[in-house]
Design a protein around this ligand. Structure first.
Ligand code: FES
Length: 124
């Protein structure tokens, strides 16, 4: 079963939704289940000013994304790039082994969004 923290983030997800004026969007999918995750970023002075997510994923994916958005808000892009899938599941107090692949969606989609931001804003 999921622990209390996972259930809290699953039933009360933080930062769920879409940013219509996002500076960058990241997306990833799971080979295992076919679910997808989309991340919207607002960036100011190289820091994540706002972040939201939308997903077709399960409860573990929702909890992971919710936790990840709380972990990265206000961080620099470099700091956010260092956050791993394991950091997210650790912060949630762990996930059942069968659900670990779901937590991978959150940080992977975040990294994709940051890479997309860099491609469009740092290109010469
Ligand atoms: S089963 Fe697809 S994200 Fe969890």
């Amino acid at each position: 079963m999921y622990n209390e923290k996972v259930v809290d983030h699953f039933t009360n997800p933080r930062n769920v939704g879409e940013l219509t004026d996002a500076d960058a969007i990241g997306e990833t999918g799971s080979f295992k289940c076919g679910d997808t995750m989309k991340i919207f970023l607002k960036v100011k002075d190289n820091r994540i000013e706002d972040i939201k997510f939308l997903t077709f994923g399960c409860g573990a994916a929702i909890a992971s994304s919710s936790m990840m958005t709380e972990m990265v808000k206000g961080k620099t892009l470099d700091e956010a790039m260092e956050i791993s899938n394991k950091d997210v599941s650790d912060r949630l107090g762990g996930l059942p082994p069968l659900k670990l692949h779901c937590s991978n969606l959150a940080a992977d989609a975040l990294h994709d969004a940051i890479n997309n931001y860099r491609k469009s804003h740092e290109a010469v």
